[in-house]
Ligand binder design. Structure first.
Ligand code: ATP
Ligand code: MG
Length: 204
């Protein structure tokens, strides 16, 4: 029977500075070498592109300073844009929550999940000390600098938020450790969770 190949949709979350964007670019390299068409959407960047047009925001890291209502509208718009992508692998790089003045706001509220309908979730994690150092060293971004204890709390909030996402979607969560200097190892863990580890895209 002939049928159209469906996209494998994966949402990758992790706290700022854990290494999502770095590891995901490695995942893309691996998938492209296997001739798998892949797209990566950095959720915050898709939101930022819209915010630039409609809200006059100049810096990606100012998004989290908008009101929750404004962030909510931008989120739905970004989700619809991403949902229309039809590559074999559709990767979304995002945060399970955003620290706002009102408190921890979900990066993946129910309405966004309903639009994205992911097959699986990946949580990228690392030792809190490593995350702290990565934030300090990376001068390309305006990340909030917080204590190691606050980073531990952020990791806890991420897993709590992600458990709910998993239950709502009926999609599994894989935790991937991004050890210092082991970007490729972390990337391979993701490729395997996506079911692309056997050199074909028919293994899932
Ligand atoms: P954000 O959520 O803020 O976008 P992120 O999770 O995408 O953050 P990255 O920008 O990928 O994080 O990485 C943060 C910094 O950590 C970068 O300077 C990157 O080079 C470094 N880094 C990431 N992973 C590793 C690793 N395994 N070993 C060493 N350095 C790493
Ligand atoms: Mg990033």
């Amino acid at each position: 029977m002939l049928y159209l190949a469906e996209s494998k949709r994966v949402i990758i979350v992790g706290i700022p500075g854990v290494g999502k964007t770095t590891v995901v670019s490695k995942v893309v390299e691996i998938l492209k070498a296997k001739n798998i068409s892949v797209s990566v959407s950095i959720f915050g960047t898709v939101m930022f592109d819209e915010a630039k047009k409609t809200k006059g925001i100049q810096n990606r890291d100012d998004l989290r300073k908008l009101t929750v209502k404004e962030q909510k509208d931008l989120q739905s718009m970004a989700a619809r844009k991403i949902a229309s992508i039809t590559d074999e692998a559709v990767i979304v790089d995002t945060h399970a929550f955003i620290s706002t003045k009102e408190g921890f706001y979900p990066g993946l509220p129910h309405n966004v999940l309903e639009i994205l309908m992911p097959d699986s979730f990946i949580m990228i994690t690392a030792r809190p000390e490593e995350i702290y150092n990565r934030r300090m060293k990376d001068t390309t971004r305006n990340r909030d600098i917080v204590s190691i204890d606050a980073i531990k709390k952020e990791l806890d909030v991420t897993s709590a938020m992600l458990s709910t996402c998993s239950i709502l979607c009926g999609s599994p969560i894989k935790m991937v450790l991004n050890t210092e200097g082991k970007i490729e190892e972390a990337a391979k863990g993701i490729v395997s969770a996506m079911g692309f580890n056997n050199g074909t895209n028919h293994s899932f």
